[in-house]
Every structure is written in C-alpha cells, then in structure tokens.
Design a binder for this molecule. Structure first.
Ligand SMILES: [Mn+2]
Length: 343
C-alpha cells in the first residue's frame, strides 16, 4: 500500500468517526436512495419519449441504400460542347406515348447527327407503348437521364438477368412449375436491401422489364442519373437537385429521380404535401448558380422560374409533350390525347 492510499483511508476513517459526517452521510444515502427510486419510476417514460423515437426515424431515413440492381454506368455524365452548330434539345416525360414522341420530333425538325436531344427521363410506364419509345429513342440517337419509372424497370430487368428470369430458370414455358414459389413471393419485395422504394413481386413494371431485349436494356440502363453541361453552365435531371449539396456526385439518386419539395429542415421529399418549399424555389433562392432542366412534375405543368426549367406538361394525362432548346429557350409542344388518369 502506497502513502497516498494509506492517507486517504485514514481520512475516511476520521470522517466516519465525526458526528457531523455521520449525520450528512445518512442524508446523502437517503437522497441517493430517493434519487434511484425516482429514476427507476421515470425510466420507461423517458425511453418512450417522442423526441427519441423521431431521432431513430431520422437515422433510418439517412441510411437508405441505392439498389444493387440500379446498375448505373455513370451517375454523373459530363457533356462538353463539341463545336457542332446544331441545337441542344431536352424533352419531358414521354411515358410510352410513341405517336406523340414521333409527332414532336417531326414538329421540331430534329436533325439526327446535327441536333442533340436529351430525354429527361420516364420514357416508360403509364402510356401505350413503352418499348416502342425506348426503341425509337435508340434509333434517333437520343441521349437520356434516368427517371423514377425507368429506374424501376431497370432494377427489375437487372434482377431478372442476373437470376435467370422471373421463375429462376429464365424459361417462361416452365414458369408454372414454380407457381407455389410465385404465390409465396407475392407481397414480398425484390432483395435489394434497405432502399427508399421497395419493388414488390406484383409491381406492374415487371411487364415492361420482361419485354426489353439486350439492346433496349443497355440503352435504358446507360441513361445517366445526372447530365452536366459545364460550358452551358447547366445540369439535366429527371426530378430535381438538393440545393444544399454542392457536389453532384453526392446527390442521393432516389431524390434526384423523385423529389418535388424540401421539408422544414431543408431535406428533399417525394410528395409535395410533405414539403415546405418547392426544391426549385430553394435552388433559385440560395442554390448553386447553374441552370437546371428537369421533368417529372406533371401536376405543376410548365415551370420556368429563374434558372430552373420544368418541362413535364403531362402528355400521358392529356396534356402536352414539351421540348425545349436550351440555348434559345424556344419551346416545341404538341397536344396529347388522355391515355390515363393522373395518380
Ligand atoms: Mn417521374
């Protein structure tokens, strides 16, 4: 025993013998015991506090993953001005409206090899001929960014390709032997990890994914998440960009393809009702200085505000199909019949 611990125990002994210490000591023990009882009594209430629950939920939101079947070739593609004198055209959601796509391409007198055309995502789903639109886009040499519906089609197609088809052996004639497996799968989701938007086995995008041949699949899969045009100081996306994230590489793919607004904390949200401010109003107020061309927001219609250009005018819902020359800002539009109800 060293000198310090010896003198310390001496001190304690002296205190225990002191009448004042004995009195204070009992009081301290009583306070400590009461404190313990109080903490025990309030503990279940404390752990169930709503603030703690909300913190857990926020952590979960921030840990969402990108599906391993999204298979992006590039998340950000940079297009440099190559000195050609053609137009640079962008077009809003086509959603399988092949006739109207052809009509608009004719109306704007698109010159393949001279003009450049970027489809701003959602070539597929909802309308009459998704596959026809993908094939026509390939024929026209159109570039594209990926939309939320195209992403679902790609994820399903990637899964099917890496697992030998829906029934597991890639042979539709023998699909019936796996009927029991199919029943069991219904209601379950593709094994993609903790993604923002699970794809159930009953999802209608399977119908499109199963029709894609290898070239259709490769075309749709190489559509970049974001297209950056540095010498035009412009960015092309399907839905939007988080104005609080300066680096394009760090944008969350799900929100780039799905966002409409920002919530009260400035985080992107899919549904306008959950938001406080439209993302493009925030971009124009305090975001980076680039112009942004986007589609996706059919219910908002044509939105030209400051340096943001929203050109989804809801063709498939009986609105228009819109294209825009990003150098002159000349608009090209055709009227569409209504193929489906707005969801
Ligand atoms: Mn969309």
């Amino acid at each position: 025993m060293d000198a310090n611990s010896s003198s310390s125990s001496m001190l304690q002994r002296q205190r225990h013998n002191d009448p004042i210490w004995r009195c204070c000591g009992r009081l301290a023990v009583a306070i400590a015991a009461f404190g313990c009882l109080y903490v025990m009594a309030t503990l279940p209430v404390a752990t169930a506090a709503p603030a703690a629950a909300q913190l857990v939920a926020r952590d979960e939101i921030e840990s969402f993953e990108v599906s391993p079947f999204s298979n992006f070739t590039e998340r950000v593609t940079e297009i440099q001005h190559d000195g050609n004198d053609g137009r640079f055209l962008v077009m809003g959601d086509i959603h399988g409206c092949l006739d109207e796509f052809n009509e608009l391409v004719n109306k704007m007198q698109y010159q393949q090899g001279r003009d450049r055309l970027v489809l701003l995502g959602d070539l597929t789903d909802k309308g009459p001929d998704s596959l026809g639109v993908v094939r026509r886009a390939r024929e026209l040499g159109a570039m594209c960014v990926r939309g939320n519906h195209d992403d679902k089609v790609i994820r399903i197609a990637s899964y099917l390709r890496s697992h030998g088809g829906r029934s597991g052996d890639g042979d539709t004639q023998h699909a019936s032997k796996d009927e029991e497996d199919e029943e069991e799968k219904k209601g379950k989701a593709l094994p993609e990890g903790h993604v923002h938007d699970d794809i159930k086995w009953t999802n209608h995008h399977f119908g499109i994914a199963e029709q894609l041949d290898d070239e259709d699949y490769e075309y749709l899969q190489q559509c970049s998440l974001i297209m950056s045009l540095p010498d035009r100081h412009s960015i092309l996306v399907h839905a939007g960009l988080d104005p609080n994230i300066k680096s394009l590489d760090e944008q969350d793919p799900y929100y780039v393809m799905n966002m409409r607004s920002l919530d009260k904390d400035g985080h992107p949200v899919k549904h306008k009702k959950d938001g406080k401010m439209r993302w493009f109003d925030a971009w124009n107020e305090y975001g980076p200085s680039e112009k942004v061309y986007y589609a996706h927001a059919a219910s908002s219609g044509l939105q030209i505000n400051g340096r943001t250009y929203g050109i989804d005018t809801g063709c498939v819902y009986g609105g228009q199909l819109t294209a825009l020359d990003i150098d002159t800002h000349k608009l090209y539009q055709i009227q569409c019949p209504q193929y489906t109800e707005h969801d």
